[in-house]
Design a binder for this molecule. Structure first.
Ligand code: MLT
Length: 386
C-alpha cells in the first residue's frame, strides 16, 4: 500500500486511475510515498524518508526542489503537453488583448451611468482603439508543445512568425508550419518582432532574459506576452519600459506589484492552464506516471532521471539510482548474482551525471542484499519491488 499526498486539488478523473486497493490518497499525510502537486511551492518542505516520487500536474517544475530530489533518488515527473492546448488558447487571447485595448475599454464601460450610455460609448471609444495582428511580426521564444502551436496559429492569423528554440525536437520541427522562419538567436527576435511571446521554462539560462538590456534592443512599441514563468522577466525593467512607452503592452499570467497599476499591462492570475480539459489531462497523466513508477519502477516524463520502462519478469525487480560512472553495474551484478540468483532482464539508462537501472531477478532480494547494494560507491538509492 502506498500513501500519496495531494498538495493541490487534482482532478478526480486523474486520481480515479489510482486503485484504492494499492493507494491511499490524502491532503494531510506524514511521510508519504509520493506527492501529487500543481502549484504549491515545495522548496521549504521536508522530503520525507519514504518519498519516492513527485508528480507535477503541469509542465513547469520550478515549485519543486528538483536537485535535492535527485540527490535522494526521488523521481520528479511532469506532464509535458497535457495542458498545451489550454495555454495555446490563452496565448492567442493574450495576443488579441495586447493588440486591442479591450481590457481598458471594458473597465471604462463598467463605470458608465445614466440614460445615454450608448451615446457615451460612441463618444469615448476612440480612447481604446487598437491595432491588428495581420502583417505584424510575432517572435516566439521556445517552440515546444505550446510555442509550436502558437506559431502555427499565428501564421493563419496573417502574422509573420519567427521562432527560436535551441532545444527544438525533431518532432517539434516537423509540426511547424513551413512559414515559421527560424531566428538564429533570441537577440534576432528581440530586434525584429512587434510581438514577443515566451514559451520556455525558467532555468538559470532563461531567468531574467527580458531585462533593460534586451528591451533596449527591441522595437519601439513592442508588445510582450509572458504566460510561461514570472522569473523570465525582470518586472521592474518591464515596468520602466511600459512607463516610458518603449513597450506598448505587457500581458502576463504572473503579475507582480511593479506592473499591476501600469496602463497597458494586462495582469491575468495564472489562468493559462486553468481549463477543465487541461486540468483533467494533467491529472490523468500525472496519476498514470506515478502508478507505473510506484508499481513497476518504470519512468516516463521525469525531469531528473532518464526514461526507463521494461515489462515485468522474474520474481522481483530492483531499481537502482546511481552516479553515471564506470564499474557500478559490474559491482551490482556481482552482488545480485550471488547465491544462485539469476538476472532475467535489465536496463540501464543515464542522463547527465545520474543513471537509473532496472533489474528483474529470479530469486529473492533480502534486506542484507539491499544493504550491500546501497554500500556500493556511487549508488544513492535502491528499491526492491516484489
Ligand atoms: C504549467 O507549468 O504547466 C502550468 O503552470 C500549470 C498550472 O497552471 O498549474
Amino acid at each position: 500500500m502506498y500513501n500519496i499526498q495531494m498538495l493541490n486539488k487534482i482532478a478526480k478523473v486523474g486520481t480515479d486511475n489510482l486503485d484504492p486497493a494499492k493507494y491511499t490518497l490524502g491532503t494531510e499525510m506524514d511521510n508519504p510515498d509520493a506527492i501529487l502537486v500543481r502549484s504549491a511551492v515545495m522548496h521549504d518542505m521536508e522530503l520525507g524518508s519514504n518519498l519516492k516520487a513527485i508528480a507535477r500536474a503541469g509542465a513547469g517544475v520550478n515549485n519543486i526542489p528538483v536537485d535535492a530530489c535527485t540527490e535522494k533518488g526521488i523521481v520528479v515527473f511532469n506532464t509535458p503537453g497535457a495542458n498545451a492546448n489550454g495555454v495555446k488558447e490563452m496565448t492567442l487571447c493574450a495576443l488579441f488583448l495586447a493588440a486591442r485595448n479591450v481590457v481598458g475599454g471594458i473597465e471604462w464601460a463598467k463605470g458608465l451611468t445614466g440614460d445615454d450610455v450608448a451615446k457615451q460609448v460612441e463618444k469615448g471609444k476612440s480612447a481604446f482603439a487598437g491595432t491588428e495582428l495581420k502583417g505584424k511580426t510575432l517572435g516566439v521564444i521556445g517552440l515546444g508543445a505550446i510555442g509550436g502551436m502558437v506559431a502555427n496559429v499565428a501564421v493563419h492569423l496573417g502574422m509573420k512568425v519567427i521562432g527560436c528554440d535551441p532545444f527544438l525536437s525533431v518532432e517539434g520541427a516537423w509540426n511547424l508550419n513551413h512559414h515559421v522562419v527560424k531566428a538564429a538567436t533570441y537577440d534576432e527576435i528581440f530586434e525584429k518582432a512587434d510581438y514577443i511571446t515566451l514559451h520556455v521554462p525558467a532555468t538559470k539560462d532563461t531567468k531574467g532574459m527580458i531585462n533593460a538590456t534586451t528591451i533596449a534592443t527591441m522595437k519601439d512599441g513592442v508588445r510582450l506576452i509572458n504566460l510561461s514563468r514570472a522569473d523570465l522577466v525582470n518586472a521592474a525593467d518591464v515596468a520602466e519600459a511600459m512607463k516610458s512607452g518603449k513597450m506598448a503592452a505587457y500581458v502576463t499570467d504572473f503579475p507582480t506589484a511593479e506592473v499591476l497599476e501600469i496602463p497597458g499591462v494586462v495582469a491575468i492570475p495564472h489562468l493559462g492552464a486553468s481549463t477543465e480539459e487541461s486540468e483533467d489531462n494533467c491529472a490523468v497523466m500525472a496519476a498514470l506516471e506515478l502508478d507505473d513508477y510506484l508499481t513497476n519502477g518504470n519512468i516516463k516524463n521525469s525531469v531528473n532521471f532518464p526514461p526507463a520502462s521494461m515489462p515485468r519478469s522474474g520474481d522481483c525487480r530492483i531499481c537502482l539510482f546511481n552516479a553515471n560512472v564506470p564499474e557500478i553495474i559490474t559491482a551490482v551484478t556481482k552482488i545480485v548474482g550471488e547465491g544462485g540468483r539469476n538476472i532475467e532482464n535489465m536496463m540501464n539508462k543515464s542522463r547527465g551525471n545520474v543513471a537509473y537501472t532496472i533489474m528483474d531477478v529470479i530469486g529473492d532480494i533480502d534486506d542484507a542484499t539491499v544493504a550491500q547494494l546501497e554500500a556500493i560507491e556511487g549508488v544513492f538509492g535502491v528499491r526492491v519491488i516484489k
